[in-house]
Ligand binder design. Structure first.
Ligand code: PHE
Length: 455
């Protein structure tokens, strides 16, 4: 059995911190702003919030139920709760999804290391926005540098998984996460105070529903699943270590709220700054890497020491936030290989790390030297992102809601949600209703709509 964090999971803070550590990451600070930018701003955010509320939270509670009840890795969990049925495939597909996400996520996590070095060596000083764009393109399309960082980041994750220094990570996360939070608030204020920040704030707050298409719905749903770490068994694996008295509903709400606030703060930093310095909001995956250095330069223009400290601190904290997410992804696959194939944990972890380095190299190169090789118009990096976030996660979410809503014995579900009758039950009925009807229908509707079958 995977040995992550049993000790700290005795405490409520440990439970929330580990789950929030998985949820809060590049998904909030890197992916959320560029998806918002690509999908027209405020209207996307409203749909996103709707998805978090009616899909994300009930499905997160479902994953908690499956994990805590079965006390097994995500693939094993379905075999425990539904022995001899094809439901085990739900867990297995989750493991595959985690593996694919980890491969391309680590590419971006590696970029944060490059930016730590740039911030530390003062390379942002005196550059204009177009310089930041050029230097990002030069860096990300370089065949070697991003791969070097990718490998380093994965080895770091590997080290944590193998050495079991999770406790250390959690302890430092207890300090780092609140620090990141405070820094985000400071940066948001600085960004809002930049000249012409108003257009960016309007973009974030004033919904333009004429921009809403079927793919905006799909993107918002995908972002909700991705950001909350849902649909691939991460939270199922973690909840197999929850205590009997952990309030699953409360934990899900806490994680959902923390995750959403961090994403909104990231938006409040990026968009006022992007509009202020004339960077297009739909710049895509490069958005935070070309916008943020501008914030550090311009917002603290008279205070170079503060600009230096904030920029170094920001990228360090971003890397840590990414690390707590890559650990959770890695753990899903490692625990699966270790338990199901009876190989040692160290060997399981080595397979995962080596496999992710291999795939990650293809993802990284596809942003530079191999960018003309595409499938359905997408390079390897975008293809991985599209397939996992927009297809695999929501589809698994659909089946998880069906599993808990319809398949699992209602007594079991009720016992888990109410901690054997010790907690109030009014939410139980709402959760079951959302799981049985709303979540599956909404997810199916968004897919069908995207396929253009509704016209
Ligand atoms: N939720 C993480 C983030 O926002 C990414 C992640 C996705 C982690 C899926 C685990 C599973 O960065």
């Amino acid at each position: 059995m995977a040995k992550i964090k049993r000790a700290t999971f005795g405490s409520k803070v440990g439970v929330i911190l580990a789950s929030a550590g998985s949820a809060v990451g590049l998904g909030n600070i890197w992916r959320f702003p560029y998806e918002t930018g690509n999908n027209g701003g405020a209207a996307f955010i409203l749909i996103y919030l709707g998805c978090v509320l009616i899909l994300g939270l009930p499905i997160m509670i479902s994953e908690f139920i499956v994990g805590r009840r079965s006390r097994a890795n995500t693939a094993g969990a379905y075999s425990v709760l539904a022995p001899g049925t094809p439901w085990k495939w739900l867990g297995r597909i989750g493991v595959l999804t985690a593996f694919l996400i980890l491969s391309y996520y680590s590419v971006v996590a590696g970029w944060t290391l490059e930016y730590i070095v740039e911030a530390t060596t003062n390379s942002f000083v005196g550059k204009s926005s177009s310089d930041f764009i050029t230097s990002f393109i030069t860096f990300s399309s370089n065949p070697w540098k991003p791969i070097l960082w990718l490998v380093l980041f994965l080895l770091g994750t590997h080290f944590v998984i193998v050495k079991g220094v999770e406790k250390g990570i959690e302890k430092s996360a207890k300090i780092m996460m609140p620090t990141l939070f405070i820094l985000l608030i400071v940066l948001a204020i600085c960004s809002i105070l930049l000249p012409n920040a108003g257009t960016g704030i309007e973009f974030l707050l004033k919904p333009d529903f004429s921009k809403v298409t079927s793919s905006v719905f799909l993107s918002a749903m995908a972002q909700a699943f991705f950001s909350l770490s849902l649909g691939m068994g991460c939270l199922t694996t973690y909840s197999s270590y929850f205590g009997k008295d952990t309030n699953l509903t409360k934990t899900a709400f806490s994680v959902g709220i923390i995750d959403t606030i961090v994403a909104i703060l990231a938006g409040l930093i990026i968009f006022p700054a992007a509009f202020s310095v004339g960077i297009q909001p739909d710049a895509g995956p490069s958005l935070i890497f070309i916008t943020l250095p501008n914030v550090f330069q311009q917002a603290f223009s008279g205070l170079p020491a503060l600009a230096y400290i904030c920029s170094v601190l920001f990228y360090v904290l971003l890397a840590v936030a990414a690390l707590t997410s890559t650990i959770s992804l890695h753990e899903v696959v490692t625990a699966y290989l270790h338990e199901e194939f009876k190989i040692t944990r160290g060997r399981a972890a080595t397979f995962v790390t080596a496999g992710c380095i291999f795939l990650g190299i293809f993802c990284s190169l596809s942003l530079g030297v191999t960018k003309e090789y595409t499938l359905f118009g997408l390079n390897t990096f975008d293809l991985f992102d599209y397939t996992t976030a927009k297809i695999m996660l929501p589809l698994s979410g659909l089946f998880i809601s069906l599993f808990v809503g319809w398949y699992l014995n209602k007594k079991v579900v009720k016992a888990e949600i109410t901690n054997d009758g010790t907690l109030k039950t009014f939410l139980y009925h709402i959760i079951i209703f959302l799981l049985r009807f709303i979540a599956p229908i909404a997810i199916a509707f968004i897919f069908i709509n995207e396929l253009g079958l509704l016209k």
